[in-house]
Write a protein that binds this ligand. Structure first.
Ligand code: 16G
Ligand code: ZN
Length: 535
């Protein structure tokens, strides 16, 4: 029997449901029970992608992030720990939509021939999942798919999405400059030790450490944050974990998690906010991070991805200056959703350049590679910082002329190790933010005052066909349907500092309308008027 005969035989156990799949911004997302055929096929793609890359490890994560518990998803991780290369997304879509087992074989053969893949090449696939009830079944089917083309595969169990990205990057750099040890212990050691170094050099005593309340969204972050904070120890970090029930049904992301907090602009009902306390939320797979607190009037204050970017840009600008390094270009990448105040603050006050890209981590990550040190965060809390080779070498090779300069150089290297450069990572981001705030002796209230957010509104509009909405200019301008952009611009100019754009969602069957303006009433009016024009 040829390998294709075996694939046909196996695949017949997993018939494709009557769904048109599309590998979107975050891979495939669907009701978990409807993803069985897809994960089997993605096992095959992962093996082929690894063969194409001569045996470099490819990652597969089974997760639907902040989506509801019944949903699940699957996405592939490329050898450098980044998202799957866009040229392969179409292959994933092609395979997922093959109607019959024979169609599947034809699709596989077309990929093998287009990419000139030698089936005898070595391959390696690493996989993991989140805490969803459908994850174990999907993992077992995934393994069935992988093992038909690849005998070197490893299960990393229930870990966060960014941890798997980290592991893939570590495995693939073992023979050159190892990024780290490719285990969860290795992750805790690398990030945890770097964080401890910064706290020690800032001479922060255990008594003066604030307690950070962490909402784990009843997801995998609950397990892994416990692990990480225990590794670091309470003399360096004090966290109190909330929403940590990963065992009961109907808890994941319910009334908690970063998406809940961002969408509702309020804390999870399970968390009582007290003035002066520090709080943050992860999403269901712990790749998003948001901070929040209440002010002295008990009003909720959200410190979102834009505020994290601003804090990081300020701190890195200062550290580079104290380290006497002026030859590295530091930049921030945002999307159109970034609050206008944050963009103005970073550009005009910090004098750090800002580029705007399409929504979705892969776009931000790619743009951040254009800077020597590229900071990227989506407003929703997903982000990281990328250091170029030149940046790391410059920091390592600069000869300090004073103790202060030496300290700044050491801190830059420690910050480099705290960050998970493979992808946005809530736990790594938490250590980063804590280390910056504690180094600067800032609290959340002080951080919040960096700038005032513009009032803003995000609406989801169900339309007959979202695919007719086409955008340009980093999704800020509509090119289709014809004439709609003019209508939006005519509305926007009626409101002081108005800004609005419309884009099709990459994860849901809807379009999103964003508006901001100087006054809350104007903002709402603008958003609803644009939404009416879209509908
Ligand atoms: C996905 C993206 C996220 C983006 C969101 C936009 C990744 C890992 N995740 O969750 O970055 O903000 O989609 O969703 O890329 P939307 O297209 O439905 O607005
Ligand atoms: Zn997520």
């Amino acid at each position: 029997m040829s390998v294709f005969d075996i694939i046909v035989e196996q695949s017949s156990q997993y018939p494709k449901p009557d769904i048109n799949f599309s590998y979107g911004t975050a891979g495939f997302r669907e009701l978990g029970t409807l993803l069985v055929s897809t994960v089997f096929r993605m096992g095959l793609v992962a093996a082929l992608r690894s063969k194409k890359r001569h045996g470099e490890a490819i990652g597969v994560v089974i997760t639907a992030s902040h989506n509801k518990e019944e949903d699940n998803g699957i996405k592939l991780v490329d050898p450098n720990g980044d998202m799957l290369h866009p040229s392969w997304e179409n292959y994933c879509t092609l395979l997922a939509n093959a109607e019959t087992d024979q169609d599947l074989i034809s699709a596989l053969q077309s990929i093998i021939s287009a990419e000139k893949i030698d089936l005898n090449s070595p391959s390696q696939v690493l996989y993991a999942c989140d805490t969803r009830p459908t994850s174990p079944l999907l993992v077992s089917v995934l393994v069935n798919g992988i093992s038909l083309l690849c005998d070197n595969h490893k299960d990393y169990g229930v870990i966060t999405t960014p941890q798997l990205h980290y592991i893939v990057l570590c495995v693939n750099t073992q023979k050159s400059v190892p990024y780290g040890v490719p285990t969860i212990d290795g992750y805790c050691e690398k990030l945890g030790n770097a964080y401890k170094k910064i706290i020690d050099s800032a001479r922060i005593s255990p008594d003066s450490l604030p307690v950070l309340h962490v909402d784990c969204a009843n997801g995998v972050g609950a397990i892994q944050m416990k692990n990480l904070s225990e590794y670091i120890g309470s003399d360096h970090i004090k966290v109190q974990l909330h929403n940590t029930d990963t065992k009961s049904l109907n808890k994941l992301n319910v009334d908690c998690g970063a998406d809940y907090v961002k969408t509702n602009q309020k804390q999870p009902p399970s968390m009582d906010l007290v003035y002066g306390e520090w709080c943050c939320s992860f999403d269901g797979d712990a790749d998003r991070l948001l901070y929040y607190c209440v002010d002295s009037n008990k009003s909720f204050r959200l410190l979102d991805g834009d505020k994290i970017s601003s804090l990081v840009a300020l701190h890195f600008r200062d550290l580079l200056s104290s380290a006497g390094i002026s030859q590295l270009n530091l930049g921030v990448v945002q999307t159109a959703y970034a609050n206008g105040s944050s963009t103005r603050y970073i550009k005009n006050t910090l004098k750090v350049p800002v580029s705007i890209t399409n929504t979705g981590v892969k776009h931000l990550h790619h743009a951040a590679l254009g800077y020597d040190i590229g900071i990227y965060f989506e407003a929703n809390g997903h982000g990281s910082i990328l250091f170029s080779k030149k940046a790391v070498e410059t920091i390592k090779n600069t000869e300090p002329q004073s103790p202060a300069q030496k300290l700044a150089l050491e801190k830059l290297l420690s910050f480099h190790d705290v960050i998970n450069e493979a992808i946005g990572d809530a736990m790594s981001g938490l250590l980063l933010v804590q280390a910056i705030l504690l180094s600067r002796k800032w609290n959340l209230e002080y951080w919040d005052q960096m700038y005032n957010d513009m009032p803003n509104k995000l609406l989801k509009v169900k339309v007959a066909n979202r695919h007719i909405f086409e955008t340009t200019n980093a999704e800020q301008t509509l090119v289709s349907p014809a004439g709609l952009q003019n209508v939006i611009e005519n509305l926007v100019c009626n409101y002081p500092n108005g800004r609005s754009f419309v884009r099709p969602s990459g994860t849901e069957d809807a379009v999103r309308v964003y508006a901001e303006a100087s006054y809350p009433n104007d903002t709402n009016e603008l958003a609803y008027k644009v939404a009416r024009a879209v509908y």
